[in-house]
Ligand binder design. Structure first.
Ligand code: MG
Length: 263
């Protein structure tokens, strides 16, 4: 019995060793010792694991709830975007803060390159054409660093292969659930992306993506296997920071309130 209580005390000593770096190798009083201390002595012990720097920067919000450290990607014009096919001005429509795909004009990408980001984006499917089903119903997509697609699709009552539905890492990872609101309603994506790292031609760590759709988790720190390919497996293509790309899949999908934060 005595042996057991000694073991228990030892476990307690271990369990109160603090994770804070300066205290990680120090020892702390066990519960029995703490119980005998004064309040001031216990507070002094507690203070040993308080870390006071760095102090996180303060973020405020505008009327649209955009954080003050975000980069807005939709303003009064489309100057943050370029047409992928010729590098010229983006030919998509912009009206009252809502950008809509001009079918046939091609994909658009940001002027600026990005690495790790937190992305907020709202999208809306136009009325569903009953003749269009599956992948043909209001398809677009967000290509992280131009290479890795988080699918945009009108997945409301619209079966398709699940690794191609809304919120899929296209042709790689099926979303955890289908959180698509009815056609015509605005859909909200919040995406956290960690870019893959390369050392020359070798990938030294994969990319990861977390996707929330209308506040619901679809991708939970999902490993990105490689480039998005329609036909064939993902490929490894070394790259650095790169633009965000939006897909023209021939449907008049709309976007609003696009912003990102560099991580
Ligand atoms: Mg797509």
């Amino acid at each position: 019995m005595q042996q057991l209580s000694v073991l228990f005390s030892a476990a307690l000593v271990f369990s109160v060793v603090a994770p804070a770096s300066q205290a990680a190798t120090d020892t702390f009083p066990a519960a029995a010792e703490l119980a005998k201390m004064t309040d001031a002595e216990r507070h002094a012990q507690a203070a040993r694991t308080e870390v006071w720097t760095p102090v996180p920067a303060v973020v405020s919000f505008d009327q649209q709830n955009v954080p003050s450290d975000a980069i807005p990607l939709l303003g009064k014009d489309l100057s943050a975007w370029r047409a992928v096919k010729d590098g010229g001005p983006a030919q998509w429509q912009l009206k009252d803060g809502v950008m809509t795909v001009t079918p046939g004009s091609g994909d658009i990408r940001t002027v600026e390159n990005f690495c790790d980001i937190q992305l907020h984006l709202e999208w809306q499917s136009p009325p569903a054409d009953p003749a269009k089903t599956g992948q043909m119903r209001n398809n677009s997509g967000i290509f992280l660093q131009e290479k890795y697609e988080v699918q945009i699709l009108d997945s409301y009552q619209n079966p398709t292969y699940p690794n191609g539905q809304a919120g899929a890492v296209y042709k790689q990872t099926i979303p955890l659930v289908n959180a698509t609101k009815p056609t015509g309603q605005w859909q909200v994506y919040d995406i956290i992306y960690k870019a893959p790292r390369f050392d020359g031609s070798k990938r030294v760590s994969p990319g990861y993506v977390t996707v929330l759709h209308n506040g619901v988790l679809l991708q939970n720190h999902t490993e990105i296997l490689g480039t998005t390919e329609w036909i064939g497996p993902p490929q490894q293509q070394p790259h650095g920071c790169a633009p965000l790309k939006l897909q023209d899949h021939g449907d008049k999908v709309s976007f609003r309130n696009i912003w990102l934060r560099k991580l």
